[in-house]
Design a protein around this ligand. Structure first.
Ligand code: ZN
Ligand code: ZN
Length: 179
């Protein structure tokens, strides 16, 4: 497909997708769309365009890491990504996965989540949202919340660089399974 058309289509899908995403905040898998027989992953196309604007070229392995994040919106750890991708890419190293995530975080395409001290997870959704960690199955769910409305006069003279909302508990699925 012509690149310009493909980019325009991906851009429109991104807008539609973002609106839709706000209504379905618990969706953890990005829908892929087939246009003219070609599978288009809107989140991946959007990320690729942003990297292109910053003159960052991705190697095949790095592209696969980015693709994994857009397809698996479960806030994976380095180990999750490495173990899953290793099946198709035996030459992949954990360092490549780690360095790719570091680069994506530095360019603002990926958010680093540290709910637990000993576990870093990565999130392709960078719009502000809260995280709920299920202490039974370990899944981290996104939920919509206006973090900007959380304010305290106690911090009036402080500079705030990062705002996070973390909840912990037991998810609906696990609660249903214990009944
Ligand atoms: Zn659970
Ligand atoms: Zn998230």
């Amino acid at each position: 497909m012509n690149f310009v058309i493909k980019t325009a289509v991906a851009f429109i899908i991104c807008i539609v997708y973002n609106i839709k995403y706000n209504d379905y905040w618990f969706v953890t898998v990005t829908p892929s769309l087939s246009i003219g027989g070609e599978i288009i992953n809107p989140l991946l196309e959007k990320a690729k365009q942003e990297l292109k604007l910053k003159n960052i070229n991705l190697s095949h392995q790095r592209l696969k890491v980015l693709e994994y994040l857009t397809k698996n919106r479960c806030h994976p750890t380095v180990d999750h990504i490495f173990t899953d991708l290793l099946q198709d890419m035996p030459t992949l190293s954990k360092t490549t996965v780690y360095n790719t995530l570091k680069m994506l975080a530095e360019t603002g395409l990926v958010n680093v989540i540290a709910i637990e001290d000993n576990e870093t997870r990565y999130d392709i959704v960078t719009e502000t949202h809260g995280h709920f960690k299920c202490e039974s199955c370990g899944t981290i769910y996104d939920f919509s919340i206006n973090i900007d409305l959380l304010a305290s006069n106690d911090l009036d003279d402080f500079r705030i660089d990062d705002k996070n909302v973390y909840f912990k508990g037991v998810c609906k699925k696990c609660l249903e399974n214990t009944i």
